[in-house]
Design a binder for this molecule. Structure first.
Ligand code: CDP
Length: 236
């Protein structure tokens, strides 16, 4: 069976979830990780998937794939109908480096506000979350809309300044030179759009554990996330 696009299957590779210190623990749980841009949710979700030996879906990549389709085809993100026509993401190469660009991220945050776009991507996310062995999904509305009955939910956040610096470092690592001030403006605009849209806004589910990673290294954030999830799975 081919794996669904924009997902990672557990691998037999050595556990590199630094901070987990110990063998991987197979659990059949659904873990929801939500949070704003550059909060560290993707890193944390991937590490949780490795630690608990679960498949992982980065749902932001689905919205980015729609955005990339639309952009390449010359469609207008201001029109819901045009965005909807870009929702067939099967042809998008999950390894396409453009998926991670700021331009595509910006378009993704605009088209993701359209109810028709969210509806078009809903089923594949719900199915992924409902697979028998459990799964980790990260995004904006996993704990609230996609998997409201998840076994463990994290809402990962960090101050806007810290997030802008992280995004700047990510972009620099990919050879892109941008100004901190511009990244800060972009992240604030993205936060506003994600939190203020009417359908599935970015919001902490009532039963989600809050993890503020502002003062944490990636290793520390991963260790804290594993601890929170383990406590939830143990029923605490
Ligand atoms: O982490 P970053 O904000 O750069 O991007 P992402 O997680 O890859 O998501 C890209 C955009 O898709 C976000 O700005 C959100 O607007 C949107 N998104 C969403 O609406 N719902 C999700 N479950 C995931 C992403």
């Amino acid at each position: 069976m081919t794996k669904p696009a924009f997902t990672d299957e557990p691998t037999d590779a050595a556990d590199n979830t630094k901070g987990s210190r110990g063998p991987r623990a197979k659990v059949a749980a659904v873990i929801a990780v939500d949070g704003p841009a550059a909060s560290g949710k993707g890193t944390i979700a991937r590490a949780l998937a490795r630690h608990f030996d679960l498949p992982h879906m980065d749902t932001g990549m689905l919205y980015r794939a729609v955005a990339l389709n639309l952009w390449r085809w010359g469609g207008d993100p201001a029109h819901e109908f045009e965005a909807l026509k870009a929702c067939d993401v099967a042809a998008v190469d999950p390894e396409d480096p453009e998926l991670r660009s700021e331009v595509v991220g910006g378009i993704a945050s605009r088209v993701s506000a359209y109810p028709a776009v969210r509806a078009a991507l809903l089923e594949r996310q719900r199915e992924f979350a409902a697979q028998p062995g459990g799964a980790v999904l990260d995004g904006r509305d996993i704990g609230t809309v996609i998997a409201p009955d998840a076994d463990a939910k994290l809402f990962v956040t960090a101050s806007v300044e810290v997030r802008a610096k992280r995004r700047l470092a990510e972009l620099a690592a990919r050879g892109m030179s941008v100004h901190l001030e511009d990244v800060l403006i972009d992240i604030k605009a993205r936060d506003d759009r994600d939190s203020e849209r009417e359908v599935a806004p970015l919001a902490r589910a009532r039963d989600a554990d809050l993890l503020d990673t502002s003062g944490m290294s990636a290793d520390e954030a991963i260790a804290a996330a594993i601890k929170l999830v383990e406590a939830r799975l143990a029923g605490n």
